[in-house]
Design a protein. Structure first.
Length: 251
């Protein structure tokens, strides 16, 4: 059995900073008010923010430095934007876990949406700062929640199952698909070398789902009515037979 690999943006960023060659030239210069500038490696900056010996006095200067460097970065090189994302991961991962647990959302989609929202918000900021980063991360988390709630409004559709069940049967004009019924197809490609695998997701309008539910209820009610009528008929036959037997006995 082959298990599809799930693409994770957060994991890819973490692997990048786990590689010593990728971060050996990155140095963050942090300027404090009451001391000389401090030069930190990415690991030292992360330790100062989240480690057991974290220094609250360095937190704001670190965010100030990395946010400004990421906002000023232009071109294909994304060193500082990756650093900003890596340092912000601990503040985003918990939200991803909660959304996946509550709304059953796809984690890879949430992570990609968060990264996109963070980069777009960074470009919109004229003079980003540590205070603006807090608002930006809040907007990023809200956008992930909206994405998950939009996906939760999707309904399962049995079109493929019905097509497979009717395979080999004669084509009936009455079985044609309603032209007004539209489907939105989403294909998620898995990174595999042994062939293309895809998830198909069909989105149906709520009106169509409502009509289908009403038809199912109507059919169920009709079946119950037929059963009741059959029982009444049988009961009438039993009563009729009994009365005939009683009349024959009296004779």
């Amino acid at each position: 059995m082959t298990i599809a690999n799930i693409s994770s943006v957060f994991a890819a960023v973490a692997r990048n900073f786990d590689n010593p060659r990728a971060v050996e030239a990155i140095r963050l210069t942090v300027v404090t008010n009451d001391a000389a500038p401090v030069v930190l490696t990415p690991a030292q900056a992360r330790e100062a923010l989240y480690g057991p010996d974290r220094d609250p006095a360095l937190a704001t200067p670190i965010w100030e430095a990395v946010v400004r460097a990421a906002a000023a970065e232009r071109g294909p090189v994304e060193t500082w934007r990756l650093l900003l994302l890596w340092l912000a991961l601990p503040r985003l991962t918990g939200t991803v876990v909660r959304i996946c647990r509550r709304l059953r959302a796809d984690r890879a989609d949430l992570e990609a949406e968060m990264v996109l929202a963070l980069l777009e918000g960074l470009q919109d900021e004229e003079h980003p700062s540590a205070d603006s980063l807090d608002g930006l991360l809040k907007a990023v988390r809200s956008r992930a929640w909206r994405l998950a709630r939009a996906g939760a409004r999707e309904f399962a559709d049995d079109t493929l199952e019905r097509l497979s069940d009717s395979r080999g049967e004669a084509f009936d004009v009455s079985q044609k698909t309603d032209p007004a019924r539209s489907h939105q197809v989403e294909v998620t490609r898995h990174e595999q070398a042994d062939g293309l695998r895809a998830h198909l997701r069909f989105t149906v309008s709520p009106e169509c789902v409502g009509r289908r539910a009403l038809a199912a209820l109507t059919e169920s009610a009709a079946q119950r009515g037929a059963v009741c009528q059959s029982r009444d008929t049988d009961r009438g036959r039993r009563f009729t037979g009994d009365s005939r037997s009683r009349r024959a006995g009296r004779r």
